[in-house]
Write a protein that binds this ligand. Sequence first.
Ligand SMILES: Nc1ncnc2c1ncn2[C@@H]1O[C@H](COP(=O)(O)OP(=O)(O)OP(=O)(O)O)[C@@H](O)[C@H]1O
Length: 248
Amino acid sequence: MTGPLNEPLIELTGLTKTLRGQKEPRPILTGVDLTVHAGDSVAILGRSGSGKSTLLSLMGLFDRPDGGRYLLHGRDITRLPERKAAALRSAEFGFVFQRFFLLKHLTAAQNVAMALVNGQGWLPRRRRKAKVMAALEKVGIANLAKHRPPRLSGGEQQRVAIARALVREPRVLLADEPTGALDTETGNLVVSTLYEATAQGCGLILVTHDWDHARRMDRVLRLTNGRLAEVDGAESERTQEFPAGVGS
Ligand SMILES: Nc1ncnc2c1ncn2[C@@H]1O[C@H](COP(=O)(O)OP(=O)(O)OP(=O)(O)O)[C@@H](O)[C@H]1O
């Protein structure tokens, strides 16, 4: 997918999502506007239940909005049918979650290689190996390529998961509370690893409850009442974030 040089990577305009199937329809996103350029990093803060994961699932094409518009490199993908969405998802997006979702019986390298098998069919062995090692090197754990997840720390496992997300060279990296299961120091390392991916032009959206992690991104936004708003430093000092399940 190509477009004019300065065209935003992502452009969301007035995105809405209402949960139905309950007694009363419940609006979760009421008009999300967001522009992300290649190489941009954006943190999204917000109370538990404010709709951060809902927004990421729309951005990652796991779900569709009710209204508004979603452009990816100028292409309107608001209402993409699932088959095309799945193809775009594996070609353009990388995902990192709070849980690492690694396969225990495979080595770190094999876990990363799985992303290539699923997305691109079998590459010749040499090329596959080179890509996997490059991805592991990018996240600083090439030396652990042959280790299986049970022998890795939480931070190392998350870095394997990041390598798995990066190995297909996505244009957009969506990270949903990737440090939620890690201590502060390890979390910092993981955030640095994600941020470094933007140096290669990847756009990064980081959902987090941690202000210290958020402020390391180029921009910090808060999801409140179904919309995104810029956060300034002073506000953040006054506002406390709440962990999942608290304060919704
Ligand atoms: N499949 C679903 N069925 C019913 N309610 C849902 C569903 N998915 C999300 N919700 C509700 O939608 C609201 C937004 O959820 P979402 O997970 O997007 O919030 P969040 O900001 O990511 O929360 P957290 O920080 O706790 O992860 C919540 O009130 C949640 O309970």
